[in-house]
Design a protein around this ligand. Structure first.
Ligand SMILES: *Cc1c(COP(=O)(O)O)cnc(C)c1O
Length: 335
């Protein structure tokens, strides 16, 4: 038995439908960068296309080229921009360049309204010819997952200011979390990524999205501690005589972050069991002392009981990182 990642394509399609309804009449584009947040570009892109998505965002040219091979009819935009060296590919693969600076090929005009990361500043935008953004103008929110954060309204205000410079252009501002802000944040098109994949776009509230991923792994050994000692590398975690442990065949090479050390939980026979000691490359250990004594065969590390956001919290990170780190040697099953 091997560690297995099960991706519910049905849940992704349902999540898309929910976001699309919420954003209507704005268009619901989809973000499938980084191998569809680690879940597999091809099955995810096909699923979203079938569910009705027509406008796809990736980060890189290589991702766009791969996506064109999967979806001949999709609109494909490259967030990190294309430059003159990519002219041939842009034409051949019929790609849309996001124009983040003067060096990028023309396309969707990206304005930085307060994130100070990528895109034209307001001052630069004012100097651009008004005809430049005849198609689309976009910006990206820094704090959309915190609805009360004052930067949301500030970015909204600056975005509207820029839109006046390019009155013919359509506008796109909201990521997943932005869809759950006020309706006025939707403009002509929203660009969800994480929410499609089950990450909570409203961290302060119950997750409106369906869970998408299930991560299971085999238990290689059920063992009893014969004398007081420690478990795992560095001997950082004490174990006492009489404790029972399960050794699980999955580790940081599969994407389970080392920062989960002594902090996460797994589900064994429907009950939570604490992860003990450090995460090894191919192994972790869970405390099963509280469970009925028997040979356990399998654990669930992520799924309906332990959501991706909970794993992220145990690791001191965000769901995006948990998903995009999922290892390439996991067996992948698509439902
Ligand atoms: C990644 C990305 C998105 C999607 O963000 P989520 O928070 O995953 O919904 C939207 N727009 C831009 C510019 C991005 O880089």
């Amino acid at each position: 038995m091997t560690a297995t990642l099960t991706v519910s394509l049905k849940a992704i399609a349902d999540n898309y439908t929910l976001l699309k309804k919420k954003a209507a009449p704005a268009e619901c584009a989809v973000v499938v960068k980084a191998d569809a947040y680690g879940l597999g570009l091809e099955p995810v892109a096909r699923t979203l296309w079938k569910a009705g998505a027509r406008f796809f965002y990736v980060a890189l040219l290589e991702e766009a080229m791969a996506l064109r091979g999967i979806l001949p009819g999709a609109k494909i935009a490259v967030l990190n921009g294309l430059d003159s060296a990519n002219k041939k590919e842009k034409e051949y693969y019929q790609l849309i360049s996001v124009m983040n600076h003067r060096g990028n090929l023309h396309g969707i005009l990206h304005i930085d309204t307060g994130m100070n990361r990528l895109g034209f500043t307001l001052e630069e935008a004012e100097k651009l010819p008004g005809g430049l953004a005849s198609g689309w103008v976009m910006s990206h929110l820094a704090c959309a997952d915190m609805p009360e954060h004052p930067l949301n309204d500030e970015q909204y205000r600056r975005f509207n200011q820029v839109r006046k410079l390019f009155p013919a252009a359509q506008a796109s501002l909201a990521n997943s979390s932005g869809i759950f802000l006020k309706k006025c944040f939707h403009f002509d098109q929203v660009r969800p990524g994480c929410a499609l994949y089950g990450i909570n776009p409203t961290p302060a509230k119950k997750n409106p999205m369906q869970p998408v991923v299930t991560l299971t792994a085999p238990i290689l050994q059920n063992r009893r501690i014969e004398q007081n000692g420690t478990v795992g590398y560095g001997a950082v975690t004490k174990v006492k005589k009489g404790m029972r442990l399960a050794t699980i065949g999955l580790g940081y090479a599969d994407g389970l972050l080392r920062s989960i050390e002594n902090n996460g939980e797994v589900m064994i026979a429907g009950k939570p069991a604490a992860i003990l000691g450090r995460i090894s490359m191919d192994l972790i250990v869970a405390d099963i002392s509280h469970l009925p004594e028997q040979e356990y065969k399998e654990v669930e590390l992520m799924g309906k009981k332990i959501l991706v956001d909970q794993v992220a919290q145990a690791a001191g990170t965000i769901g995006y990182e948990v998903l995009t780190r999922l290892g390439s040697r996991l067996k992948r099953v698509y439902l």
